[in-house]
Design a protein around this ligand. Structure first.
Ligand code: IVH
Length: 677
């Protein structure tokens, strides 16, 4: 019994955590299938031990996607979820159950399950009057202004015969092409790409500015008319036909099934055919057709008993392995990448897949020309999941791993306990130097406006061989290169010049010290006001800095121990690049120290400044940004969309919540009562 209790507790904890990641952070770390498996196990244990069910168990509620900044609307009929199945056997169980309960063979409508976010639309006298998100199923967010920008949602119904008040429900989606376009531009802007179109659609619909929403071309499918509504037809299929006639977008992938065979044929067909759909789909929804039969079958607390979702397995396609590239990263790590015969998966063309490391290649027993199964799950990067050895030609060579660096010929090494091989020729390996220059120039580092192709060009023409070389580039040299005009040459030189004004911590980040990301660079810059002090620190000294552990400390010491890095720093110093904190970066000088030593969490969106601007401001004033609210948090800077879970947590811990205006007033005032006490 104790073991059961423990497992239940563990499952509840995990589910809550994943809920939070999904709904509040929009950053899920497990697949829907894994989440469902955890939930399923918890439901199973609670069914066996009903005495252990508590009102707080994740099984007792449906997830919420409520966002601050939108008006709250109570749904007329609760927006329920569907129970999921993953096998044809479970589909058969569902079909047999509903037929048994109704007492004869029932008709079932099969529809594609669209993977976006659900929406409820209300039309009054044929005019769109309200669009509300699912929220927690009972209360949702009023996103009418945003939904009005979606071209496939009519603002006015067509034809006649619609009821005075019509509620229809459906899914808002971001088409694959739009998803790709938005992610491309996010990557170009150094912003993290969305993991999948669902997150992108949800992030878009929660924008407080409808203009932003309009610029991203969302789409929508309608699939459900809730309620008994006596004036409407008495079957789901006919109701969908009405919706279509009234100008609402109803999926063409909708089929009236009369038997289990019909249903399974639909599943078979769409499992393959869905890859041609312009939007993401993740399964099929089966619904009992007759509204009277639906009412007879009824509902559980969370889902209708007359419907079920069958989830597709992650889409896999077979293609040919053409060749393998061994990429040399800026830290020297060698990553094997498969070049594949181009193939469409989930709406995108896949040409490459990571092979991770030598062990992964060996475990697949990969040969050149192999037919491989490639899978694209919720994530963007496709992976090779298996090979089909029976299709291998006898002469196919096994994919090996080079023993020397493909860029510089140095013998590769492997650190005990690590899977990756690396090239130890740190400063003389041109690929590593190229990668370092690219990283140094990135937006959050030196912010030099130069693309990877131009960096390649400069390396090829011998004008650049390391980061320091950037500061020796002259306009006249660039003018001799293909594609360079007077204007582009002077722009690049100016951008390099401007990088001299970048903060010490940005430059420190740009140096590309292993394990030193943007945040760690800031921590180090705070603890050591100049690079000279940092380079003199021992591993022990560094470990004494909060948040710096032995791995980072070791890496920093190792970096400064190398002669090539020491001379790079001298070159940067000679070029006038900032290698120490400026006055405004000091955290302990007069008015600049308003937030000194305070831990601040930023949440939500802001009207007056961007999040990044607030981040920079807080850090300049000596504050520390942390991502999660804890008892150590001094303030939460709360924007408009701060999630309800965060709000509740801050309140329960007694953490002070400041809105934008209060925060700016605090800074202006130049003091803070926490410091007075
Ligand atoms: S019907 C009461 N039909 O799946 C039944 N839902 O996992 C209401 N979904 O919240 C839902 N495609 O967001 C229905 N053809 C479809 C669907 C669909 C996608 C979503 C919907 C729902 C979720 C349940």
């Amino acid at each position: 019994m104790e073991r059961v209790k423990e497992e239940i507790e563990r499952l509840r904890y995990l589910l809550e955590e994943h809920n939070h990641r999904y709904y509040v952070l929009s950053d899920p770390s497990i697949s829907d299938q894994e989440y469902d498996a955890l939930m399923h196990r918890l439901e199973e244990l609670e069914a066996q031990h009903p005495e252990l069910i508590t009102p707080h168990s994740p099984t007792q509620r449906v997830g919420s996607d409520r966002t601050e900044g939108f008006a709250t609307i109570t749904h007329r009929y609760p927006m329920l979820s569907l129970s999921n199945t993953y096998s044809y056997d479970e589909v058969k169980d569902f079909y047999e159950r509903v037929c048994r309960e109704i007492g004869r063979d029932v008709e079932v409508v099969a529809e594609l399950k669209y993977d976006g976010l659900s929406i409820s639309l209300v039309y009054e006298d044929g005019v769109l009057s309200r669009a509300v998100t699912r929220g927690d199923g009972r209360l949702g967010d009023d996103v009418t202004a945003n939904v009005r920008t979606i071209r496939s949602i009519p603002l006015r119904l067509q034809g006649e015969g619609y009821p005075r008040e019509l509620e229809v429900r459906g899914e808002i989606l971001l088409p694959w092409v739009e998803f790709e376009r938005i992610n491309q531009s996010r990557i170009a802007e150094d912003e993290p790409p969305f993991a999948n179109p669902r997150n992108a659609a949800s992030g878009t619909l929660k924008q407080l500015d409808p203009k932003v929403v309009a610029a991203r071309k969302l789409d929508a499918y309608l699939y459900h008319v809730p309620g008994e509504q006596p004036e409407l037809p008495h079957t789901h299929y006919e109701r969908l036909a009405c919706c279509r006639r009234w100008g609402l977008k109803v999926s063409h992938a909708t089929h009236l099934c009369h038997s289990l065979e019909d249903i399974l044929a639909f599943l078979d067909h769409w499992d393959a055919a869905r890859s041609h759909e312009p939007v993401a789909t993740d399964g099929v929804v089966l619904k009992v057709n007759s509204i009277a039969e639906q009412e007879e079958l009824g509902y559980t607390a969370k889902s209708p008993r007359w419907a079920i979702a069958y989830k597709f397995k992650a889409e896999q396609v077979q293609t040919e392995l053409l060749s393998v590239d061994y990429q040399v990263g800026r830290t020297g790590t060698i990553t094997p990448v498969a070049n594949l015969a181009p193939v469409a998966i989930s709406g995108t063309i896949v040409r490459r897949a990571s092979l991770h490391n030598a062990d992964f290649i060996a475990s697949l027993d990969l040969h050149l020309g192999d037919t491989v199964a490639v899978e694209k799950g919720g994530e963007i990067i496709p992976k090779i999941v298996s090979v089909v050895p029976s299709l291998r030609s006898v002469s196919a060579p096994r994919v090996g791993f080079p023993s020397v660096c493909p860029a510089c010929g140095t013998a590769l090494e492997r650190i005990a306990g690590e899977a990756a091989y690396f090239c130890p020729a740190r400063s003389s390996c041109p690929e590593q130097q190229r990668g370092r220059v690219e990283h140094f120039c990135s937006r959050k580092a030196a912010d030099i406006r130069i693309g990877p192709e131009t960096i390649d060009l400069l390396f090829e023409h011998g004008l650049l061989s390391d980061i320091g070389g950037l500061y020796a580039l002259e306009e006249e040299q660039l003018l001799g290169l293909p594609g360079f005009q007077r204007r582009s040459a002077s722009n690049l030189v100016r951008s390099i010049e401007e990088s001299r004004e970048r903060s010490y911590s940005s430059i420190l980040f740009g140096l590309g010290i292993r394990f030193v990301g943007e945040t760690t660079a800031k921590t180090l810059a705070r603890a050591y006001p100049s690079i000279d002090e940092l380079s003199a620190a021992s591993q022990e000294d560094l470990c004494a800095v909060p948040e710096i552990g032995p791995v980072i400390a070791g890496s920093v010491v190792d970096f400064f121990a190398q002669q090539s890095n020491r001379s790079l720093i001298e070159t940067l110093r000679g070029a006038g690049v900032q290698l120490s904190r400026e006055v405004t970066e000091q955290s302990d000088s007069g008015a600049e120290s308003v937030l000194s030593g305070l831990s601040i969490v930023i949440s939500g969106v802001f009207a007056l400044h961007t999040r990044d601007e607030y981040k920079a401001l807080i850090e300049r004033l000596g504050g520390k940004i942390s991502s999660a609210i804890s008892s150590k948090t001094d303030y939460v800077l709360a924007g408009e969309k701060m999630g309800p879970a965060k709000l509740a947590k801050a309140e329960s811990l007694g953490v002070r919540i400041l809105d934008e205006a209060a925060f700016l007033a605090l800074i202006e005032q130049g003091t803070d009562d926490k410091h007075k006490h």
